[in-house]
Design a protein around this ligand. Sequence first.
Ligand code: 13P
Length: 222
Amino acid sequence: MSSTLIVLNLKTYLEGTGEGAVKVAQACKEVADDSGIEIGVAPQFCDIYRVASQVDLPVYSQSLDPVGAGSFTGHAFVQSIKDAGAVGTLINHSECRLTLANIDASITTARNAALKTIVCTNNVATSAAAAALGPDYVAVEPPELIGSGIPVSKADPEVVTGSVEAVKRINPAVQVLCGAGISKGEDLAAALELGSVGVLLASGIVKAADPKAALEDLVSKV
Ligand SMILES: O=C(CO)COP(=O)(O)O
């Protein structure tokens, strides 16, 4: 496997029994095996166990709550997420934003459970702030391009290069992903060219008529 990472965020796109998530995850696994590129998937909380137990690929939670075992109701508990089979978690996605203090607490909570952390950011300044908290990855995604079909690597390459530069300056151990509007092979190639180590993406694959073919195209230029 190369060190390139692709994480497919399923959001709430797939209605139904969870079988849709398993099917997309299976496509991710096949394309990962064929291409040698690591592909992870972030399904709904309730689908983590189903996906992780049926498909051998890295599964991420879409978020978690920084609470321990005890008197907490309605929270996404890290130990349950881990026991369900997740290897990591997104934190602070633009569609599930946290305060800086809660981002910090979520990173610590995940790290203590040996889950990988991907902190989403919306611009260079927040990428720098996130890097200071020491996650495994910062994933910069300008919200205005999310779901737009317009790739960040083309529409706003400076937010990627600026984030890579800022993160490197603040904490060189943190790696940078980028996302928003990514769907094609040329988008992933451009993202890597700009200094990121991979992409976080959703609609271009999940909503495609043939997600496996879309994934094959995504990895075709690397
Ligand atoms: O929010 C995203 C991934 O977390 C990006 O979404 P799109 O790939 O749909 O633009």
